[in-house]
Design a protein. Sequence first.
Length: 258
Amino acid sequence: MSLLTALEDGVAVLTLNRPEVHNAFDDALIAALTQAYESAIADPAVRAILLAANGPSFCSGGDLNWMRRMAGYSHDENLADAEKLGRLMQIIDTAPKPTLARVHGSAFAGAIGLIACSDIAVAVPEAEFAVTEVRIGLIPAVISPYLARAMGVRQARRYFLTAERFSAEAARTLGLIHEVVPAADLDTAIARHLKALKAASPAALTATKALVAAVDQPLSEAVIADTARRIADQRASADGREGLSAFLEKRKPNWGQA
């Protein structure tokens, strides 16, 4: 199974389980994650939701086979596909229960959106991060509101444009990660956060999350729809098609010559 789910002492643990492809996500995993988060939110026995992963990486972003299919999608198909990912990000971001990300390895592209949407994110020093979309002719559209909010617009400009890798400590400084701990201490750190959350009133936690969203002026449906449209436009563009083709064919892209 690409996603493992378990209920452990009031915590819904969702574990990405595609280690052979570095937990890259595709439409099936997006659907599974969406259903898992919705089920955990609806389950009164769940006090918090923890996103974890198996294998050496947390998540490498989009799956190659999924990208191959996207390369042949029409604009409408790309839009529907992007809206599903946008819906997943929105569910995590607006979940009335605390959400955590256990980042035991590197995360790239859309995977960083999953982290930015989570309330608490803890990573190991070895983890690396990058917003890589421009390298294959795309844009980080659906995840951009969450990353810009977490990192700040000025920093987002840099990392969106350069697609450079940055360390876990840099991610902490930027605000993407809350805490960096040695791998041996990762579960202890997660347990500490969960203990604090379980000590609080569930109703108060929900109300507090709503409060933070209210004072931060939460994302509107129009913004979410716009980001899905933008990535659909870019995927269907000449550079988007050329970038994906070059990436899949392991060659340098011919920008502007597609």
